[in-house]
Design a protein. Structure first.
Length: 381
């Protein structure tokens, strides 16, 4: 593990009536070196103040757990939290509070495993993988470096230790194998171990670095009897013609392990130095990956991806303010939702952006565009 003092904060969405049970969840996660946040607002009475405070706390976290129970399912605030997370295309895990203590502990350990990333590679790519690892380590995960075990003398003990390091990544996390002509037998043994023992929730990524790797992958695919359609089994990226191996690998890994909406939270973190150091390079990377996924999701029919883009550009969240792009994505969102509902709050956000644009532009063309959108919405309801 690259950093034993790394702080990964987890927002626990729960009913205040489950407080004692959720404390158990908190204690188990703390024993897994995580930083769970129990948000308890019984002291506040103003619904608007609570709502804003909860949204700010959610925006400041990249990991969420919904503590499911009958009380939580009927809690106004818990359901608002889930709706806000889903609206912003954020990821979250579900923990069933009705489980026994033993079952609860096992499920939370499985959750912690999702944060582990294991790199398996030969010495040939040691420097490149170090740079990639440094990038991935800036996000909320724990890095294991497979190359460090090459020089161990006791093969039996080495294998036992290494497989113990691999296990968290193949239980739910991410196992990465950089395949090239210098990959020795022991590294191939580790890859085979990962393929044979992975769970349905883990990710295996194979980077093909040369022609040998491309040919060897066909043997791997054949030996493991995996059809091309079974893409959830592993993912393959051919880097034989890559001009920027470091960033191509880092982007591909991050896109594999991080949900679309969470990239925006990381972009804001790097922009503001929130939960991590300020980093202009990673801010741009995170926002670019968020934008790429949001645009794709919108094409696939997920309307709220457009809203997330609009708000990011309007508020300068993770990127510089761009009112034109904000207005464009507000229009896309509003017109896409025309068949279901008219959201006055979103239209009001759009109107504020329009006022700023008109003031800067000195014309009424943005007001006219807004009127056109609203007329289109009304005519097509």
């Amino acid at each position: 593990m690259s950093s034993t003092n790394k702080e990964i904060w987890v927002f626990l969405s729960h009913s205040h009536e489950d407080y004692n049970r959720v404390r158990k969840v908190r204690d188990i996660l703390e024993n897994q070196d995580l930083r769970p946040l129990m948000f308890f607002l019984k002291c506040l009475n103003d619904d608007d103040e609570i709502n804003d405070l909860i949204k700010r706390e959610i925006d400041a976290r990249t990991r969420f757990i919904y503590c499911k129970s009958n009380k939580a399912e009927h809690s106004k605030w818990v359901q608002k939290e889930l709706a806000y997370i889903q609206q912003n295309r954020r990821s979250y895990d579900v923990i069933d509070l009705s489980l026994s203590d033993e079952e609860l502990s096992a499920q939370l350990k499985n959750y912690a495993n999702s944060l582990h990333v294991y790199f398996n590679y030969s010495n040939q790519f040691k420097e490149q993988i170090r740079q990639v690892s440094d990038i991935i380590n800036k996000y909320d995960c724990y890095i294991h470096n497979g190359e460090l075990y090459v020089t161990s003398c006791d093969r039996g003990k080495r294998q036992q230790n290494v497989y113990g390091e691999i296990d968290p990544s193949i239980q739910r996390g991410c196992f990465i194998c950089v395949i090239d002509k210098f990959l020795g037998d022991f590294f191939l043994e580790k890859l085979n171990y990962a393929l044979e023992n992975k769970s349905k929730d883990s990710i295996i990524i194979m980077f093909l670095m040369d022609d040998y790797a491309v040919n060897h992958f066909e043997n791997i695919r054949s030996n493991n009897k995996v059809n091309n359609e079974e893409t959830s089994y592993y993912r393959v990226y051919n880097l034989t013609e890559s001009q920027d191996i470091i960033n191509d690998m880092a982007d591909y890994i991050l896109k594999s392990i991080i949900a679309s909406g969470d990239f925006l939270a990381y972009a804001v973190d790097f922009q503001q130095g929130r939960n991590r150091s300020k980093d202009n390079t990673e801010q741009q990377r995170a926002f670019d990956l968020f934008k790429e996924r949001a645009e794709r999701d919108f094409e696939y029919g997920h309307s709220y991806a457009a809203l997330a883009l609009a708000r990011a550009y309007a508020n300068g969240a993770g990127i510089e303010v761009n009112l034109e792009k904000a207005f464009f994505w507000y229009k896309e969102f509003i017109t896409d939702l025309v068949s279901s509902r008219d959201d006055s709050q979103i239209i009001e956000e759009m109107r504020k952006v329009q006022i700023l644009l008109d003031a800067r532009d000195g014309t009424n063309r943005w007001q006219k565009q807004l009127e056109y959108v609203l007329k289109w919405v009304n005519d097509n309801k």
